[in-house]
Structures are given as C-alpha cells and as structure tokens.
Design a protein around this ligand. Structure first.
Ligand code: AHR
Length: 617
C-alpha cells in the first residue's frame, strides 16, 4: 500500500533538475556529434602528441595513373592556427592524390542524401581537382573543384550519394603539378536544425528534454600541459573558449586530456546554439587556472591569470551582452544577435588543489561585481576524494557559491544505499549540482539503482537544483570511459538502460514531490552484479592474475586486465560474482594501493560481499 499525502505542500521540484553533461570524451565531438565525416581534415595530427599519429593519419595515397608524392609541411601555412597542410606533388599522366578513411569503418553515406564538400587549396597553375566518395571500387558521388592559380583559396562543391555505405572513402585527385591542400571537409547537408550536429545523436539528446547543457568537460576543460596563451602552436593547451569561435579554419587543433585531437569544430558558439536547439540552457564550465583530474600545473602568473579572468567575463558578455558590446557584437556576427540568456557558470572541475582556493575568488569576485545575477557553481571533486571533498564544500560555503558541483562514479550498491543522501543536506548553504554521476556498469540493474537514487534527488530537489549523468556519448571504437549514456558508431546509435531511465525521469518532471509511505513486504533487489574496480589515472597499467577469493579461500573469479595505451581507468571491470546466485560486493569506496615505480607488485584488498538473493537477503 502506497499512501500519498495529497494535502501536504511537498517539495517543489527544481525546474532545471534534469540536464545533460556533454564532454568531448570517447570521440563525442569529432567522429561523433560533430557531423564532419573527414578525420584529420587539417593535417594537424602529430607524433609529438601521440606516437601513432602522423600528419597523414586517416589519409592514404590514391594513384590513378599518375604518381603522387605526399608531404605534410608548414611552409607558408593557411594561417597561424592551422600550421600544417598537405603538399601533393603529382607527376606522370592521369591523376593522383589522397583518400580519407573517416572515423570507425569509414565515411557513412546515405543514398539520395546531399553532401557538402569544402577545401582550401593552392596551386601555381590552375587545374581541376576531382573529389569522389567511394565504397571499394564503386563511386557514390563526384564533384569537380576548379582551383585557380595563386594563393590559398576556399572551394566548395556538393554531390548526392547514389548508395548507402558505412565504409566510404573521400578521394581527392589532382592533375600534374603541385597542389597544397588543407581543411578538406565533407558534411551531410542534413544536420540537426542545420547547425552541424549529427542528426540521430542530437535527436537522442534532445529527446531527453534536458533543461541545461553542461560543457565542454570534465577533464577536457581544465587539463592541458602547456600555457593556455602560448603563441607557439602547442596542441596541449588548456581549453580556451576564444580559440573555438569564428571560421573553422582559424580554430587550432588541440590534443585533449583523453588522448586524441579535437578540432574545435564544435566550439563555444556551437555549444550555445546546440543548447538552444534542444531547448536547454547553456552551462559552461571554466577552469580557474588550476588543473584537476590527477594533474596540477596551476597558472600562477598574475598577468595571465588576470587575462583568464577577463576572458571569463568576456564569455558572459559573449553569451548575454547587447549587440553594442564588444563580445555581443561578435555573437551577432556569428549569426545570433539575441542574447543566449546564460544563467549559470561553473568555476573549476574537480580542481582539488590548494591553488583553487587562491584562484577561485579572483574569478568569482569579478563575476559578482559585473554580473551579479549569474549563478556561480563551485566544485567539490568526487565523493571518493575523501577529505578534499569536504574541504572544497566548506570553501564553497565560505565563498557563498550558489551551487556546488558534486561528482561520483560508484557501484550500484552505493546508489541503492544513498537514496537518502540529500535528506540531511544543509538547506541554507549552496545548492547542489550533481554534475557527474553514474553507477558502474551499463546493465539494466545499473539503471534500476540510478532510478532508485533519482527518486532521492527529486525528493530533495529544494536543495538539489541540477543533475546530469556522465559521460553522455561514446563512440564504440574510441572508448576512454564507460559506462556512457549514448553509444554510437558512424551510422548507428543506441541508448544504454540508463539513458531510458534519464529520459523517463526528465520527460516526466512533476511540480512537487508529495510525502508518501509504503506498507508491505520489503524485498531485496535481486540480481545486482558486483563490480571490482581497478583504476589508474593517466598511466598505462596492467593488472594480471586478479583474483576474487571467497571467505573460505576458494577463488570466485580470476582475470587479467591489460590497460594498453588507454589513459583512463583501464582495468575497470564488472564481474558477476556467481556462486549459485548473484552476490553483490560491498562498496569498494576508497581502496587504494600505492603503486611501486615499476615492475610487478602484489596487492590485496579486502572486499566483503553479501548475497542479494537467497536466505540472507
Ligand atoms: O566524466 C568523465 C570524467 O570524470 C570527467 O571528465 C571528470 O570531470 C571526471 O573525473
């Protein structure tokens, strides 16, 4: 019997409770939401960032009678942000050139759909370039680009695909002579609301009816090895929003925290526009010049910090300023004179370092002084970060932050056990933004544990103002992190069970949660699998001969985890501990071992397990 007190006032549900957290992780942008079909369109891939990269990553030679010599060079480049390009020398009769393999298996093309090509080229003599979309030996689309003699110029063309493939190639053929090529791009004409996002993925996100879009990360936001203002073209700079707006050929390629190049094709303007297109508010997160995610190279140079603070104020002006303001005018020139209506800004992502305490007030004070109505979100790091979590929270209270961004990636059992987590949270202090959370695993039982937990979020929505599951997107061929909400390859996508739970909740938000009581038999949740996590930050780790042993010494499981080159929690595995019925490991919240410098070491970790079905309940 469920009794609902319909006369009670209940708890008002935050109108912004359910949103999404978008980060360029798992190739969420390039090879994902960003509909660009060509990989390494600007020839900026470089072995100094990732040993498997070359300037010709995803490109191969394609000779049709003539001979091609390919070189990626930086002599007299397109501009100072886009320093490398392809120099193609063709000799002999016929044509020769290059072929691009796209992402995953190749380029996905659909019969009857229109595709738009653009490229920058330079030739000493005028000459035609033939561009074809091919699947094996079949030509699916063709366009000719007549390159004039002289300097760099942009050329465009389009074609309709005659057949469907998910393994296409884009082939560019040149006649004899020298052709310099850069920014070779192919886009489907159909993108979400015509704004460059892959339709199926954008629609799945829109179907969640999110109230906000947190972006651009995550660790992508605040981890970079190089000075954000370096003029040297380094590709590992901290994310700078100003680098990501304007003509795409003037946006640099950056090597991101997750170990791959991001083109910034989705930049800040596109994020704001996408948020609007899906009916959400944009919620940007900026670093305060402190790294996070296991790395700490804080920006301590006062002049650069002051510039960073000014850049943050400029971002607010870019979002909300009138067209007569400097940055409002830039927004208008990009096609959006109306302000975007920014309401929230995040300062820092898991920046659990002492420098955060020094830097944060510089940003918060400047924002409060100029834009007092903007809600400032401080951060606390992850629940598993122990004392830091509490210290960061206390700091946010002292600073009178409007909200605190909490993160947790825990086992399903944690979510079941923490339904009442927010019942006792202080109602006077900052509100809570659960900016990143997920139970480890992508099974139905994970979704169920999250659903249970989410009833606690709603019940406490007077203090929990915003929530977003994380991460949002994962390309099945480039997985940095799992679980994720939406999985895809180059032409298909599906939602995990957690996706459907998020959608169920966010498309059915009530106004108030009324108090209720339950009478009846309380049954244990059955069939929740246990999980054993072996993780490591930013290091290639191999765990071998991992055993889970029962109390009687019997080996319940044994396995090896090879991390390879992955940067993130490589050995995170979900195992069913099965001894007749499923058993559930108790939560391993903070089991840590201090790894030796090199070589094999033996670690033990005690995990108590309890059965979740059978006599013990
Ligand atoms: O969501 C994946 C990562 O988890 C985010 O980048 C980071 O904020 C957190 O550690």
């Amino acid at each position: 019997r469920l009794t609902v007190d319909t006369r009670a006032k209940g708890t008002k549900v935050s109108p912004d409770l359910y949103g999404v957290f978008y980060e360029d992780i798992n190739h969420a942008a390039d090879g994902g939401l960003y509909a660009e079909l060509v990989q390494n369109r600007s020839f900026e891939f470089n072995a100094t960032d990732e040993p498997s990269y070359t300037g010709l990553t995803a490109w191969t030679k394609a000779e049709r009678g003539a001979t091609a010599t390919l070189a990626v060079t930086g002599e007299d480049p397109l501009n100072t942000s886009n320093r490398n390009y392809l120099r193609l020398d063709v000799t002999g009769s016929g044509t020769a050139g290059v072929s691009n393999a796209g992402f995953n298996r190749g380029l996905a093309l659909k019969a009857g759909k229109r595709y738009d090509l653009s490229l920058w080229a330079r030739r000493t003599e005028a000459g035609p370039l033939t561009v074809t979309a091919e699947d094996g030996t079949t030509v699916l689309g063709k366009a000719t680009v007549r390159v004039r003699a002289g300097g760099w110029a942009k050329y465009t063309a389009s074609f309709t695909a005659s057949a469907t493939t998910d393994a296409g190639r884009l082939v560019v053929q040149a006649p004899g002579g020298r052709t310099d090529l850069d920014m070779v791009s192919l886009f489907p004409r159909d993108t979400f609301k015509g704004h460059g996002m892959r339709t199926d993925l954008a629609k799945m996100i829109a179907d969640l009816e999110p109230r906000f879009l947190r972006f651009p990360g995550g660790c992508v936001t605040n981890v970079g090895t190089y000075d954000p203002y370096a003029e040297t073209g380094d590709r590992r700079r901290i994310y700078q929003w100003k680098e990501t707006i304007g003509p795409i050929e003037e946006r640099p390629t950056n090597f991101n925290f997750w170990g791959y190049n991001q083109s910034y094709g989705i930049g800040y303007f596109e994020y704001f526009q996408f948020a609007e297109d899906i009916g959400a508010e944009a919620l940007p997160v900026l670093s305060v010049g402190v790294n996070g995610c296991g790395e700490n190279r804080p920006l301590t140079d006062e002049a650069k910090l002051a510039r960073w603070v000014q850049d943050t104020l400029d971002l607010i002006e870019f979002a909300n300023g009138p067209v007569t303001s400097e940055w409002g005018e830039k927004r208008a020139r990009l096609g959006h004179p109306r302000p975007f209506g920014l309401e929230y800004i995040g300062l820092g992502n898991e920046e659990i370092y002492p420098e955060f305490f020094a830097n944060y007030p510089k940003f918060a004070d400047a924002i409060r002084a100029k834009y007092p109505s903007i809600k400032i979100i401080s951060n606390s790091g992850q629940t598993s970060q122990g004392a830091w979590f509490d210290r960061m929270w206390q700091f946010a209270r002292d600073q009178k932050a409007d909200l605190v961004d909490e993160h947790y990636y825990n086992n399903p059992s944690w979510f079941l056990a923490n339904n009442r987590r927010y019942d006792s949270y202080d109602r006077e202090g900052p509100k809570v933004f659960v900016g990143e959370y997920a139970s480890r695993g992508n099974a139905f039982s994970n979704a169920l544990a999250e659903a249970s937990f989410m009833t606690g979020l709603e019940r406490n929505s007077d203090v929990v103002e915003l929530t977003s599951y994380a991460p949002l997107l994962a390309n099945v061929d480039y997985v940095d992190w799992a679980p994720d909400l939406i999985w895809f390859d180059n032409d298909q996508a599906y939602g995990s069970p957690s996706y459907h739970v998020q959608r169920l909740f966010s498309t059915n938000v009530g106004d108030r949660v009324l108090p209720s009581t339950f009478e009846g038999e309380v049954k244990p949740v059955e069939g929740i699998k246990g999980a054993v996590g072996l993780g490591a930050w930013n290091t290639a780790v191999r765990y071998d001969d991992v055993k889970v042993t029962g109390a009687d010494g019997s080996v319940l499981l044994s396995d090896d985890f090879a991390a390879g080159a992955s940067q993130w929690s490589p050995g995170l595995g979900t195992w069913a501990v099965q001894d007749g019925a499923y058993a559930q490991t108790a939560l391993v919240e903070d089991a840590r071992s201090t790894a030796g410098s090199a070589g094999w070491s033996n670690y033990t970790m005690e995990v108590t397990a309890r059965k979740t079905s059978g006599a013990e309940g």
